[in-house]
Design a binder for this molecule. Structure first.
Ligand code: SF4
Length: 192
């Protein structure tokens, strides 16, 4: 692990990153997710951990969002609440799955309906889509920015070619952790 000069909290206050795993500068994946024609949105098959406040934010989008998702709100999330200080609310649940995919996955094509709804309604998807989904295939773990387990265990089908994990996710890291964070990690990437 490489220690950063200080702690970098996300725009939500958590998670906060203090170290980065150098493997994020070496491991690669396809990155242009919607241009892929063979993965069938594999990374959305298990659902995703979602912050407690994020769940409420989605519920407040109202009837037009409910219609867009086409799944009743009571079927969106698991009921078990997991306490985790790395999430903005210090608690998360999980998006449920249906027919082998996250309930928010598009069923008549590709992609995420939360993301699609935000684009269609001029909303910043960073405030609505689960943080864990946006950062994938990077993730956070005890203050470290690390490759997701699916990259490390080889179960993610699109690894091996394309940009590095860091280069691909850098715009999202900039959105959540800010310019000072990416400037410091850019310097680490250049030396790796
Ligand atoms: S929230 Fe969207 S991106 Fe995340 S797992 Fe569900 S469908 Fe995929």
């Amino acid at each position: 692990m490489i220690a950063l000069s200080r702690e970098f909290p996300s725009i939500f206050g958590a998670p906060a990153i203090t170290v980065v795993d150098p493997r994020i500068f070496a491991l690669r994946y396809f990155a242009e997710c919607l241009a892929c024609n063979h993965c069938a949105d594999q990374c959305c098959q298990y659902g995703v951990d979602i912050d407690w406040a994020n769940m409420e934010t989605l519920r407040t989008l109202g009837p037009s969002f409910v219609d867009f998702i086409a799944v009743p709100p009571q079927e969106w999330f698991t009921t078990e609440i997991v306490h985790d200080p790395e999430f903005p609310s210090s608690a998360h649940a999980r998006t449920r799955t249906r027919n082998g995919k996250c309930v928010f996955a598009e069923t008549n094509g590709r992609g995420c309906r939360i993301h699609a709804y935000c684009l269609a309604h001029d909303l910043d998807y960073h405030l609505y889509k689960p943080l864990v989904s946006i950062l994938f295939p990077l993730t956070f773990e005890a203050g470290a920015l690390v490759p997701a387990s699916e990259v490390l265990d080889g179960t993610l089908v699109c690894t091996g070619v394309g940009p590095t994990l860091y280069d691909a996710v850098r715009p999202e890291l900039l959105a959540y952790f800010g310019e000072a964070f990416v400037a410091e990690v850019d310097a680490l990437a250049a030396r790796s």
